[in-house]
Design a protein. Structure first.
Lengths: 268, 269
């Protein structure tokens, strides 16, 4: 499998505060990877390094190019980013903002319009198209951020807390869209969140703690280490927590994520 | 402490963002807000929008041009993102800006600040640190400490849990209880997380179509699947489990802690 993201022996510190020493990892093309960890584990710093927001001195390769290289624009056209930095949008209107990533691809106008409508329909935000960004609610702004990340059909998505400020139904909808992009369009996804609930769709989960990998594996395998996860300040997803506790009482013998299925299993 | 909104409307760019809001809340209490325009409602309660129609009252004080300074001391809004006064402020400098704004006696400053830091669980050693170097949990607690300096009766939290890990969330939950019980504060929390609200607030306000549609005891609201469906609010998962079991003829109680529902399930299998 080709490694579409590679971090090689990275060292990084803020003033006298060391974040990463000799830190390495890689992401296979087409995979869906989640990175979780408590506050101050280094997630945001890693995201900032991956998005070129902080300098990484030729230690990070994305889409087969060093992100500090001169072909920055070429790299960024392949990337879709939802960052947690307070995003200052470039334009006043939602429609104009959505044009921007497509203008960078020199897309013809009629095609652009089609793509914008298609993306907004997918995210159910066509009602926002004639609005001004400053008038959007937090959850509407979050959905706009996601639209901006996927509108140019990038090969790689770097997502920092993509479900931030969304209610449960919106979270379910966006999770489904991400899964489809990964499975049908083979988009590589790297998702960061301190909420393990957000990571359940990933093929593989890494737990970052104090700048080092503490655990890694399939999400449901990692989450069996509930004591360790609790100790570092993480909470299991509700259904995983419930399943493991019921397993302990020997009334269930597997992790069930669907509540209806769990109830049907407990009381046939 | 009573919070009262009478016929409050907020019109901006030819559009109503909030319309004819009537709301009556009594404190000390921990109260949730769910639905659309939560942030705007909190900003109005914080006295930031004077271009509203209707009446906003805290205790006996009506918000208007003459009272706005005193009104704002009665409330503190803890915003979702912390914006320091300057990008390179230290904790002590941040506090100085607030003392200056409050025209507070210089001699009392330090004691007041240390007292506030102690309540939220921060130590004196944070004073020289840059705000930007604090962890997300520390920043949230510092925001609260700074909010406490004016000795407000009402604390407003906008999506406080979203960026915190579980350990920091637990600390904040404990702090709310102390603020309510020991310091008699009224705490309003805006959130989309119905699990959080069901498990931790006593009362919940529902906003929809630009107005307050419900102001209900949280158990009553969150255990009523029909009302939740009407207002497109997700059912708290602990409630959902009890409801699904009920369909199977299993009578579980409504629980607020996963450990309690486990014991209840164990009795029935």
């Amino acid at each position: 499998m080709e490694k579409i993201i590679r971090v090689e022996h990275l060292d990084f510190h803020y003033q006298n505060h060391i974040i990463f020493t000799d830190f390495s990892f890689s992401v296979d093309e087409g995979s869906y990877i989640a990175i979780s960890g408590p506050n101050e584990s280094g997630k945001t710093t890693l995201m900032r390094l991956l998005t070129g927001y902080l300098p990484s001195k030729n230690k990070i390769v994305i889409g087969y190019q060093y992100i500090d290289s001169s072909q920055k624009e070429e790299i960024f056209s392949k990337l879709g980013i939802v960052s947690n930095e307070e995003r200052s949008f470039l334009y006043e209107s939602v429609y104009r903002e959505l044009c921007f990533p497509l203008e960078n691809l020199n897309m013809p106008k009629d095609q652009m319009e089609k793509r914008i409508i298609e993306t907004c329909q997918k995210l159910q935000i066509t009602n926002l198209l004639d609005k001004k960004i400053q008038d959007l609610t937090k959850s509407q702004k979050q959905k706009l951020k996601i639209a901006l990340a996927i509108i140019h059909h990038p090969a790689i998505l770097l997502l920092d807390q993509p479900f931030r400020n969304l209610n449960r139904q919106d979270t379910i909808d966006i999770k489904r869209i991400l899964k489809e992009l990964n499975q049908q369009e083979h988009v590589t996804i790297l998702l960061f969140s301190q909420n393990l609930e957000d990571t359940l769709d990933a093929d593989y989960l890494y737990i970052l703690y104090r700048g080092k990998w503490l655990m890694e594996g399939k999400p449901l395998v990692v989450m069996r280490e509930d004591k360790l996860l609790n100790r570092i300040g993480l909470k299991l997803p509700f259904m995983v927590d419930l399943s493991l506790k019921l397993e302990f009482y020997e009334v269930l013998d597997e992790i069930i994520l669907d509540m209806e299925r769990m109830v049907n299993t407990l009381w046939k | 402490m009573e919070i009262k909104l009478e016929n409050v409307s907020y019109r901006y760019k030819l559009k109503y963002w909030l319309k004819k809001v009537n709301l009556n809340l009594h404190g000390p209490d921990i109260i949730g807000i769910i639905g659309d325009q939560k942030t705007l409602l909190l900003e109005i309660l914080d006295g930031r929008h004077l271009d509203i129609s209707g009446t906003v009252k805290i205790g006996n004080m009506v918000l208007n041009d003459d009272t706005k300074e005193r009104f704002r001391r009665k409330v503190a809004l803890i915003e979702q993102e912390y914006h320091p006064f300057t990008p390179l402020s230290t904790v002590e400098e941040e506090a100085d800006y607030i003392f200056h704004a409050l025209e507070m006696d210089a001699k009392k400053k330090k004691t007041k600040l240390l007292e506030a830091l102690k309540i939220v669980g921060l130590k004196e050693n944070v004073l020289p640190r840059f705000v930007q170097s604090l962890s997300s949990g520390e920043k949230k607690r510092l925001q609260i400490a700074l909010g406490l300096l004016s000795q407000p009766k009402v604390l407003l939290f906008d999506e406080p849990m979203v960026d915190l890990d579980s350990a920091n969330q637990k600390k904040l939950l404990r702090l709310w209880k102390i603020l309510r019980e020991k310091y008699k504060k009224t705490i309003l929390i805006s959130s989309n997380d119905t699990d959080l609200l069901y498990e931790n607030v006593n009362r919940c306000v529902v906003l929809q179509n630009h107005t307050v549609v419900l102001n209900e005891v949280s158990d009553t609201l969150f255990q009523d699947a029909n009302t939740l469906a009407t207002y497109h609010i997700a059912i708290p998962r602990l409630v959902q489990f009890t409801l699904l079991a009920k369909e199977k003829g299993i009578r579980l109680f409504y629980h607020k802690d996963i450990r309690d529902i486990i014991k209840d399930i164990y009795k029935h299998v």
